[in-house]
Design a protein around this ligand. Structure first.
Ligand code: AQP
Length: 345
């Protein structure tokens, strides 16, 4: 059976971009057709300045939102990255395979470094190395497919490179995974600046629709979306990015095609109104389920406990195999160390 792994970082409140680019497919498609794991990757949230209490809160909120989006812990595994030591165990081995140069080429590293420096902060070493931890997240489970938004494709490519390199040097250990991206809304853009991604750590938040925004807030944000000069509604991502973003969001919410939808509208106002309504309707059931889950924190904690146990059992054999392959002795009584000491240099 195909193995699917993907994750979300508790670095802020989850957004419409997270949902359309990734989470929606996990719940609607992936969990039913594959043996799948979905992880709140809390260790990644420590790569930038963070408040420990907020990370804890956001980790639980992200878990509840994953469940509210329709993930069923009876058919897939939902857990927190920090509860499964295999991720960090494997990450170190992969750091011994990755190169400094390839880390520095990561677009997210360049973008996030620039943001940290703009704020006068210092760049954490973990920000440079976190794509390796992400590779470990994926490779520990023998993952075949990683459903992500477009912004994470480069990290999955790096994961492929590391898997191939490790296998070539030390013998076949890892499945080489591939990224899958949605046909529409693979990169939802910020409504106030449609040339940048709608991201959860955006400072003002006015161009970001959060999954838990009240309907009136969603409407206001969409109605105030920056569009381009011009009157005609056309779908052109390069020349008319603001309009294209709204058409893609509407298409993703209604199951339509952005190009075809552009022919339906004569004014920007009517496009915005329908897009706002579609987003509100899309989020309504998710918000209702989330409210119900908040009333039952014991259930969410139970899901995380069971999920971590299952995930550990799935990851351990592959990570142990990687330790052996790279030249580390197993920590059990019968290591064969005596033989090695006697015979080898
Ligand atoms: N705008 C987006 N459009 C489409 N897909 C998106 N994803 C994120 N933003 C968009 C996808 O959601 C999944 C989880 O994302 P993440 O938590 O790994 O990363 P992030 O939301 O990009 O969060 P960061 O890096 O903490 O900060 P921001 O958001 O400020 O850049 C992934 O599959 C991702 O592709």
């Amino acid at each position: 059976m195909t193995r699917v792994f993907s994750g979300v970082q508790p670095t802020g409140h989850l957004t419409l971009g997270n949902y359309l680019g990734a989470m929606r497919r996990w719940a609607a498609v992936d969990q039913h057709r594959a043996d799948s794991l979905f992880c709140v990757v809390d260790l990644h949230a420590l790569t930038v300045e963070h408040d420990p209490a907020r990370v804890r809160r956001l980790s639980l909120q992200a878990t509840s939102l994953l469940l509210a989006s329709g993930l069923d812990p009876e058919v897939c595994t939902v857990y927190l990255q920090s509860h499964v030591d295999e991720h960090t165990r494997l990450s170190y081995l992969l750091e011994c395979v990755a190169t400094d140069g390839e880390m520095r080429r990561m677009i997210q590293y360049k973008e996030k470094t620039a943001k940290v420096r703009e704020r006068g902060g210092s760049v954490r070493l973990s920000l440079l190395t976190y794509p390796v931890l992400m590779a470990a997240d994926i490779l520990a489970y023998g993952t075949d497919e990683v459903p992500v938004g477009e912004d994470q494709v480069q990290h999955v490519e790096l994961t492929r490179d590391l898997a191939v390199r490790f296998n070539q040097r030390y013998g076949h250990t890892f499945v080489v995974p591939k990224a899958t991206v949605p046909e529409v809304a693979a990169r939802v853009m910020n409504l106030q600046d449609p040339t940048t991604k709608m991201g959860k750590s955006d400072e003002s938040g006015s161009g970001v629709v959060y999954l838990l925004d009240e309907p009136e807030v969603v409407r206001k944000k969409v109605m105030r979306a920056v569009t381009d000069s011009g009157r005609e509604v056309v779908y052109d991502r390069d020349e008319r990015p603001g309009l294209a973003n709204l058409l893609e969001i509407l298409a993703a919410c209604t199951g339509g095609d952005p190009e075809a939808l552009s022919g339906v509208y004569e004014t920007y106002g009517s496009l915005k109104k329908d897009t706002a309504d579609a987003v509100v309707e899309l989020l309504r059931p998710l918000q209702e389920r989330h409210r119900a889950l908040c009333a039952d924190p014991g259930y969410v904690e139970g899901v995380l406990r069971d999920g971590a146990e299952r995930a550990r059992a799935m990851a351990r054999p592959t990570v142990d195999a990687a330790y052996r392959a790279i030249g580390l002795l197993p920590a059990v009584a019968d290591t064969g160390a005596g033989v090695a000491l006697n015979t080898a240099r």
